[in-house]
Design a protein around this ligand. Sequence first.
Ligand code: CTP
Ligand SMILES: C[C@](O)(CO)[C@H](O)COP(=O)(O)O
Length: 227
Amino acid sequence: MTGACLLAGRAAALIPAAGSGTRLGRGPKAFVEVAGRSLLARSVAALAPLVDEVLVALPEGQDLPPGVPARAITGGATRQESVRRLLRATSAEVVLVHDAARPFLPSRVVHALLEAIPETGAATAALPVADTLVRGEAGRWGGLVPREGLWAVQTPQGFRRELLLRAHEAAHAGGFGATDDAGLVAWLGGEVVLVPGDARLFKVTTPGDLALAHAVASLWDAGGDDA
Ligand SMILES: Nc1ccn([C@@H]2O[C@H](COP(=O)(O)OP(=O)(O)OP(=O)(O)O)[C@@H](O)[C@H]2O)c(=O)n1
Ligand SMILES: C[C@](O)(CO)[C@H](O)COP(=O)(O)O
């Protein structure tokens, strides 16, 4: 039995991992290791026990590393296209889309998403913004952006597959791009539930994030979700 038992139908985790990792500068990012395990292996391991299948989009010509319990397809030129291909490769009723680049995923967040999806068909992990926000203009302070009501969006994001696929196909046909999947559902007019995320769910994007990931891994690997 999986976490998907809260919902009718099968659940799949869809992991876009086909990026080139330009900002990190260490080659395809999903294969970069933190304390002996790749970002991809860590993300798959967090989701595999909670869903019925795991699908991963990889860069062209790459294979899954041994021992990663998932099915691989070739990703696209953008994250959005990689997710569209993943959606077309599964028939699961519920999908959880999660960046390979977010290796520390507490199971609490997955359970909260699976509970929230039935409300509107779409939910995402997110955290209220805690810093002061300002618009930059040519390297100068261009004006405050009131942070009240602003959330920083993370993954996983959970959907009824039919809804997300409809949003992706409409965006593809209309040439619309969004930086995440919930944004496509909102663009289609759907309601997206915000579920409390977790500070440890940060995305490994830059060398500084990778250093932070090494520090988190030493606690995470000793204590798991409770680290
Ligand atoms: N064509 C792409 C681009 C990105 N991704 C995935 O989407 C997630 C978030 O993307 P990001 O952090 O931007 O990764 P990269 O695109 O690899 O990073 P960069 O923009 O620095 O090259 C990552 O797990 C990445 O592998 C993907 O599947 N297909
Ligand atoms: C999907 C995402 O991680 C949500 O915050 C983010 O939008 C991905 O952005 P990227 O520029 O593709 O890393």
